[in-house]
Write a protein that binds this ligand. Structure first.
Ligand SMILES: Cc1cc2nc3c(=O)[nH]c(=O)nc-3n(C[C@H](O)[C@H](O)[C@H](O)COP(=O)(O)OP(=O)(O)OC[C@H]3O[C@@H](n4cnc5c(N)ncnc54)[C@H](O)[C@@H]3O)c2cc1C
Length: 385
C-alpha cells in the first residue's frame, strides 16, 4: 500500500505521520518551493492534542491554555474561563503554538517520509491499479490512494467535486506573531476583546512570544482586497486596551498577514475511487471554534485507522469519509454560528451578547466549550498479515 498525499500543511503532514505509524508507505507533494516561516499561530483544541499525543508528536514548543478571558475593548474583563481545569475532563489540553514550530515538529515526527517541495498538482488520473498524480512541472507519482490535503483552494477537490467559489463572510482577519510580554497576558492565557463587528485576540504561544489576530466587518469585496498595512490596523484598534495597541505597535508591518473570512458550503461527497479529501480541502470552516486545523488532525488519524484496518483501499477511503461526515458538518455549521455572534455589529445586540456572557452559568459555558472538543480515538483494529 502506498499513499500519495498532496499538500504539506497541518493535515497533510499529520496524515504522513499517522500512516507511517501504521506501517503504510507514504509520499508527500507540496506546491511551495521551500519551507517558510508562517508568522502566525494557532490553537490546537483538546481533540487535536489527544490525537497528536497518541501519535507521539511533541507539542512542548507551544503553551497549554489555562485561562481564557473575554474582555471589553477597553480591557475590562467580562468573563474568565479556567479552561485548563475545564479541559482536564477531556484528558488533553488546548495548546497554542507557533505554526512554524508545529510544522517543524510534524516534519520531525514524519521521519524520513519523502516530501517533495515545489510539486504543484495539476490533476490526477485513475488507473486500473490506483491513481497517478500529475504535477505542473510535467512529473508524476503513482500510488494506491491519493489524499487531497491541499487546503481551501484544493485542486484535488476541484477534480473530485467541480470547481466552485468560496463563501465570503464579510470580514477580514489580520494575524501576526511577535515577541511580547505583558502582565495583562501571563503565560497560559488568551484574551479576546469584543467590540462591535471588530475583535482582537492576544494569545501566549510560549517562548516569550504572542500570537495576535484582529477582525473587522467589511463588505466582501473590501475584505478580499484589503491592503491597508499596520497604520490602518492601528487606527481600527485606537483607544482599545493598552496591551492591544502596544502589541500592534511592536509588530513589524511585514509580519502582519491578512486573510478574508472564508469557508465553503459543506461537501457531502469527498471521494472519487482511490482519491479522498482531508482538512480544509474537504471541509474548510471559519476560525471561531479553532477547529479547522484541529479537525484535519482528527481526519488524519481516522483515515490512517481505516487504511490500516480495511484490506480494500477503496472501501477504507469510503469508511473514513463516512466516519468524518457528520462531525465535520457539525463543526462547519457551529463555526458559522459562533462567528455570527462574535462579529455582531448592532449596538443593542452587542450589549445583550456581552450581558449574557457576564451572567451565563459556568456549567453552560463549560458544556459549550467542551462539546466540539469531544472526540474518541477509533479503536485499533489490526489486520492479520
Ligand atoms: C485567521 C485564521 C486563524 C485560524 N486559527 C485556527 C486555530 O486557532 N485552530 C485551528 O485548528 N485552526 C485554525 N485555523 C484553520 C487552519 O489554519 C486550517 O484549517 C488548517 O491550516 C488546514 O490545514 P490543511 O493542511 O488542511 O490545509 P493548509 O494548511 O492550507 O495546507 C495545504 C497545503 O497544500 C499546499 N497546496 C495547495 N495547493 C497545492 C497543489 N495544487 N499541489 C500541491 N500542494 C498544494 C499548500 O501550499 C499548503 O502547504 C485558522 C485559519 C485562519 C485563516
Amino acid at each position: 500500500m502506498k499513499a500519495i498525499v498532496i499538500g504539506a500543511g497541518i493535515g497533510g503532514l499529520t496524515t504522513a505521520v499517522a500512516l507511517r505509524r501504521r506501517g503504510i508507505e507514504v509520499e508527500v507533494y507540496e506546491a511551495g518551493p521551500q519551507w517558510r516561516d508562517s508568522g502566525t499561530g494557532l490553537g490546537l483544541a483538546s481533540n487535536a492534542t489527544k490525537v497528536l499525543d497518541a501519535l507521539g508528536v511533541d507539542l512542548s514548543a507551544g503553551s497549554p491554555l489555562e485561562y481564557f478571558s473575554i474582555r471589553t475593548t477597553a480591557g475590562k474583563q467580562l468573563r474568565e474561563l479556567p479552561i485548563g481545569a475545564i479541559t482536564a475532563e477531556l484528558g488533553s489540553p488546548i495548546v497554542n503554538i507557533h505554526r512554524t514550530d508545529l510544522i517543524a515538529t510534524l516534519r520531525a515526527a514524519a521521519g524520513d517520509t519523502p516530501i517533495r517541495l515545489g510539486a504543484r498538482l495539476s490533476g490526477y488520473t485513475r488507473t486500473g491499479d490506483g491513481v497517478t498524480a500529475l504535477f505542473e512541472d510535467g512529473t508524476s507519482a503513482h500510488g494506491d490512494v491519493l489524499i487531497g490535503a491541499d487546503g481551501i483552494g484544493s485542486q484535488v477537490r476541484a477534480q473530485v467535486a467541480g470547481a466552485a467559489p468560496v463563501t465570503e463572510h464579510g470580514y477580514v482577519c489580520w494575524l501576526a506573531t511577535v515577541p511580547f510580554s505583558d502582565p495583562r497576558l501571563p503565560a497560559g492565557h488568551a484574551n479576546h476583546y469584543w467590540g462591535r463587528g471588530v475583535r482582537f485576540g492576544l494569545i501566549d504561544i510560549g517562548g516569550g512570544r504572542v500570537y495576535w489576530w484582529g477582525t473587522k466587518n467589511l463588505p466582501v469585496e473590501q475584505a478580499r482586497t484589503w491592503n491597508g498595512g499596520k497604520d490602518a490596523i492601528a487606527t481600527v484598534f485606537a483607544g482599545w486596551a493598552p496591551e492591544v495597541t502596544e502589541v500592534i505597535d511592536r509588530t513589524p508591518d511585514a509580519a502582519i498577514h491578512t486573510v478574508p473570512a472564508q469557508d465553503r458550503p459543506f461537501l457531502e461527497v469527498w471521494g472519487d475511487g482511490p482519491v479522498t479529501l482531508l482538512g480544509d480541502a474537504a471541509h474548510p470552516m471559519l476560525t471561531s471554534l479553532s477547529q479547522g486545523g484541529s479537525s484535519s488532525v482528527e481526519d488524519a488519524y481516522v483515515l490512517a485507522h481505516h487504511l490500516a484496518s480495511d484490506p480494500d483501499p477503496l472501501s477504507a477511503l469510503r469508511g473514513y469519509e463516512n466516519a468524518r461526515r457528520d462531525r465535520t458538518r457539525m463543526l462547519v455549521a457551529q463555526s458559522r454560528k459562533l462567528s455570527t455572534l462574535e462579529q455582531i455589529q448592532n449596538p443593542a445586540v452587542v450589549r445583550l451578547r456581552d450581558a449574557v456572557i457576564r451572567v451565563a452559568p459556568m456549567s453552560v459555558l463549560r458544556k459549550q466549550n467542551l462539546a466540539p472538543m469531544r472526540f474518541d480515538l477509533p479503536v485499533e483494529q489490526f489486520v492479520e498479515s
